[in-house]
Unconditional design. Structure first.
Length: 319
């Protein structure tokens, strides 16, 4: 929205407005998207909801000279659609136009910095500075494209992982955030283990869609590299994981938190794998690579001792 001083200066400078309705950017808003191609998706919605003044609107992405780089954005001059104009609350503003800017977050960063430096025209900066502007703008444009491609590649990778899980072809699926997310969603054994733990300690399972990166680190430093290895050990140690988790959580009063996530199956599988090492010094060496809120040698000793003690207790209970 333009403030009074800014509006007065614009009217004086342009010297072409006869009334406020002639000014198309008294009010405006900006839509910032994460990716460059989402700009067109937003544009379709804008075009379907408002009247677009094609003559005064500009797509700076297409207007930019091909041998130059610079600020790219889609600017609409719009007004209320007929349906909106007929609403009583819009009666007083039905004739007014407004501006809508749509740009990616990197385009926005460029525009804000350029504006802060005070160079709105391509010929405004000193010549040596112009060259640096073009170089930076080119880098941002390439970065925008790369982020978009990374997003697309991740989506394609998810489909590949999903197919591998559905076909039970897990030996080549490497552990990472995306593969573990898909594994949690599609492997029934994970939900079964988590549900059994939940029932025994009387807390609910929180069906979160995300996975903490800590889990990947724990799995990696527990000796896992593929989903097939994880599934094999989940099947082999299923009952021990459940018993270990119940003893551990009760001993930690973690049930006071009120919920667990499906990641719990991985957490206690890792503890089982550490316990199988069989001696505290080697467990401590492995634990030092875990993302834990501890750091002293004494804390590591206590944690290693607790892991061994808990594992011994579940073995004794099964005799």
């Amino acid at each position: 929205m333009k403030f009074k001083d800014s509006l007065s200066k614009k009217i004086e400078r342009k010297n072409k407005y006869s009334c406020l309705r002639d000014i198309t950017d008294i009010v405006g808003f900006r839509v910032i998207t994460l990716y460059a191609d989402t700009v067109d998706e937003v544009a379709k919605i804008i075009e379907s909801e408002f009247k677009i003044d094609e003559q005064n609107s500009i797509d700076k992405r297409k207007a930019l000279e091909p041998n130059r780089f610079g600020y790219l954005s889609l600017h609409y001059v719009a007004s209320l659609s007929d349906n909106r104009c007929h609403l009583p609350e819009n009666h007083l503003i039905s004739d007014f136009s407004f501006e809508i800017q749509i740009r990616s977050i990197l385009q926005h960063a460029w525009a804000e910095i350029e504006h802060e430096l005070g160079y709105k025209s391509k010929n405004s900066p000193p010549q040596p500075i112009q060259r640096r502007f073009y170089r930076l703008a080119g880098l941002l444009e390439v970065t925008d494209e790369e982020f978009k491609q990374i997003r697309n590649d991740i989506e394609e990778y998810k489909i590949q992982v999903e197919d591998s899980i559905n076909q039970n072809n897990l030996n080549k699926v490497i552990i990472d955030l995306e593969s573990i997310k898909e594994f949690i969603q599609r492997e029934p054994l994970i939900k079964q283990i988590s549900q059994a733990i939940s029932n025994k300690i009387n807390v609910r399972i929180y069906e979160n869609q995300g996975v903490e990166s800590d889990i990947i680190e724990r799995l990696f430093f527990s000796g896992f590299s593929t989903l097939e290895e994880i599934k094999r050990d989940l099947e082999q140690y299923r009952d021990k994981i459940i018993e270990f988790a119940v003893l551990w959580i009760r001993g930690s009063n973690r049930n006071n938190f009120g919920f667990i996530t499906c990641e719990v199956a991985f957490i206690y599988l890792c503890y089982i794998k550490l316990a199988l090492i069989g001696n505290a010094p080697d467990i401590i060496e492995r634990l030092k690579f875990f993302p834990l809120n501890i750091g002293t040698e004494e804390q590591f000793k206590q944690l290693a001792a607790r892991i061994l003690k808990t594992y011994e207790e579940i073995n004794l209970s099964n005799l």
